[in-house]
Write a protein that binds this ligand. Structure first.
Ligand code: CTP
Length: 421
C-alpha cells in the first residue's frame, strides 16, 4: 500500500524526479526504486539510455511511473524533451550510473536524452554508481567522481557484494531503499534547511589544514596538509543536516551555512577549538597540528650575516588529548593519525593515548593517500573494537564513511535544547 493510500501525507508529494537509468546489470533495480519514489508521493519521469534498454524495457515502467519512460532525444511528442524534463524537475537521479555516464557528465558530453537532460537542468543531480570493483577503483572513475562531487553532484556510493558474473566486491548498486532515503533527505533537506538529514540536531566541530609556526616575520614551520579531508568532512556533515563549526588554516571555500574560524598557528587552533568544543556533540580533529613550535619568534628577519640560526622548539598543546580530558558527557571524539609505518599498531596506541572514540588512520607514505591528494585510503578504528577499512576513494566518500562511524557511536538522540553537551 502506498503512503497516499494509507492516508498519511506522503513525504515527497509535489516533488518531481527524473529517474535516469543507464545500461548495467543493476538496471532492473531501478524499477523497485521507481516504485519506492512513487510510494513516497513523488512524480517520477523515467529516462532510459540505449544501454539501459538492453537490460530493461521502457514498458516495464509504464504501469509504475507517473509518465511513460522516454528513450530518445528526437522522436517524442515534445520538440525539446530534455529542457522540458530538466526545467520542471526537483531532482535528476541516475541509478544505476555507469562509468560512462560519470565520464560524460564530468566532460559535459551530450549525445542522448539523459545526458541532454542532465546538462539542461539546474536542479540537484544525484548519481548512484554501479560497476565492477576494478572499474570503480580505476583512477579515471575516481577522478571523474571527485570532480562531480566538487561540482555538487550527490553520490550514493555503491556497496560491497555480489556483482555480475558471480564476482564479489565493491561496486554493487546501493539498495533502492537506501537511494530512496537519500532522495527524501535531499529533497526535504533542501526545503527544510539544516533541520533535515541524518545528523539533524547534532553540533559538529571539525578542524582542518596544517598549522604554521612562525620563526620570524617571513618564515614558518609547516606541514604538507592542505585541509581537503577536513573540509570534505565539514561539508558532508553540513549536507547531512548538522550544525557545523569549522576551524581551518586552509583557503578552500566552505558553504555559507558552515560557521568558519580561520586560524594559522597551533596555539590559535587550540584556542578556537577549545572555545567551540564544549557546545558540540562531535569533534573531528582532521587538522595536522604542529607538535612543536619555535620557543621564541624573532621580531625581525633572521639574516645570513648573523650566522646559521639554531631554532629551539617547544611542544605545542596536544589539542585532541586535551579534548579527551575535557570531554563532556555523550560527546564523541574523532582523531586522525598520519602514519608512515606500522599504521594499525600506531593507530591503536594513539586511540588509547588520546582517549578518543574513533581514530582514522592513513598511511601518508602510500600512493594517492593523505596530504594534498583528492583521494584517501583509511582504516577507521573504534574504541568498541570495530574496524572499517575504506579502500582508495575520494575524500568526500571517506568523509561519509567517517561520519557513518561517528553517527553509530552516538548513544543519545539529538538534544534540541542543546543541553547534553
Ligand atoms: N593533534 C592535536 N594536537 C596536536 C597534535 C596532534 O590535536 N598538537 C591531533 C591531530 O589533529 C590528529 C591526532 O592528534 O587528530 C593525531 O595526530 P598525529 O600527528 O598523527 O599524532 P601525534 O599525536 O602528533 O603523534 P606522532 O606525531 O608522534 O605520531
Amino acid at each position: 500500500m502506498s503512503a497516499s493510500e494509507s492516508g498519511n501525507h506522503p513525504p515527497l508529494a509535489g516533488k518531481h524526479v527524473v529517474l535516469g537509468v543507464t545500461g548495467g546489470i543493476a538496471a532492473y533495480k531501478a524499477v523497485e526504486l521507481c516504485r519506492r519514489l512513487i510510494d513516497a508521493g513523488a512524480y517520477v519521469a523515467p529516462v532510459l539510455t540505449e544501454g539501459a534498454q538492453r537490460f530493461i524495457g521502457a514498458a516495464t515502467f509504464a504501469a509504475l511511473a507517473s509518465e511513460p519512460a522516454q528513450t530518445r532525444l528526437f522522436d517524442g511528442h515534445h520538440p525539446i524533451p530534455h529542457t522540458r524534463l530538466g526545467q520542471r524537475t526537483d531532482l535528476v537521479l541516475v541509478a544505476p550510473a555507469t562509468a560512462r555516464l560519470l565520464s560524460d557528465l564530468a566532460t559535459g558530453r551530450s549525445d542522448d536524452l539523459l545526458m541532454a537532460t542532465l546538462l539542461a537542468t539546474e536542479a540537484p543531480v544525484m548519481v548512484a554508481p554501479a560497476m565492477h570493483t576494478e572499474m570503480w577503483r580505476h583512477p579515471a572513475v575516481v577522478d571523474n567522481l571527485a570532480l562531480l562531487r566538487r561540482r555538487g553532484v550527490h553520490v550514493v556510493d555503491p556497496e560491497a557484494g555480489r556483482l555480475a558474473g558471480g564476482d564479489v566486491g565493491e561496486g554493487r548498486l546501493a539498495a533502492p531503499v537506501h537511494i530512496a532515503a537519500r532522495v527524501t533527505e535531499l529533497l526535504l533537506g533542501a526545503a527544510g534547511g539544516p533541520t533535515a538529514g541524518p545528523l539533524a540536531g547534532r553540533r559538529v566541530l571539525v578542524s582542518a589544514g596544517g598549522t604554521q609556526e612562525a620563526i620570524d616575520p617571513v618564515r614558518y614551520l609547516a606541514n604538507r596538509s592542505t585541509g581537503k579531508q577536513g573540509h570534505a568532512l565539514a561539508e558532508e556533515a553540513h549536507r547531512r543536516g548538522a550544525e557545523v563549526t569549522l576551524v581551518t588554516t586552509s583557503t578552500i571555500e566552505s558553504s555559507p551555512g558552515i560557521e568558519r574560524h580561520q586560524v594559522t598557528s597551533a596555539a590559535q587552533m587550540a584556542d578556537a577549538v577549545f572555545a567551540a568544543a564544549a557546545a558540540t556533540d562531535l569533534v573531528i580533529m582532521a587538522a595536522a597540528v604542529a607538535d612543536f613550535t619555535p620557543a621564541t619568534v624573532a621580531t625581525s628577519k633572521l639574516k645570513k650575516t648573523d650566522g646559521t640560526p639554531s631554532i629551539e622548539l617547544v611542544p605545542t598543546v596536544d589539542i585532541l588529548a586535551e579534548l579527551g580530558r575535557r570531554r563532556t558527557p555523550h560527546q564523541i571524539l574523532v582523531g586522525f593519525a598520519a602514519e608512515t609505518n606500522d599504521v594499525e599498531a600506531n593507530a591503536k596506541a594513539k586511540l588509547e593515548r588520546k582517549g578518543v572514540d574513533l581514530l582514522v588512520a592513513n598511511d601518508v607514505g602510500a600512493e594517492g593517500v593523505g596530504f594534498a591528494h583528492d583521494t584517501n585510503e583509511v582504516l577507521i578504528l573504534s574504541r568498541s573494537g570495530a574496524r572499517v577499512r575504506v579502500p582508495l576513494t575520494d575524500k568526500v566518500a571517506v568523509a561519509g564513511r567517517v561520519l557513518d562511524a561517528a553517527a553509530a557511536a552516538f548513544s543519545h538522540p539529538p538534544d534540541p535544547a542543546g543541553t547534553s553537551a
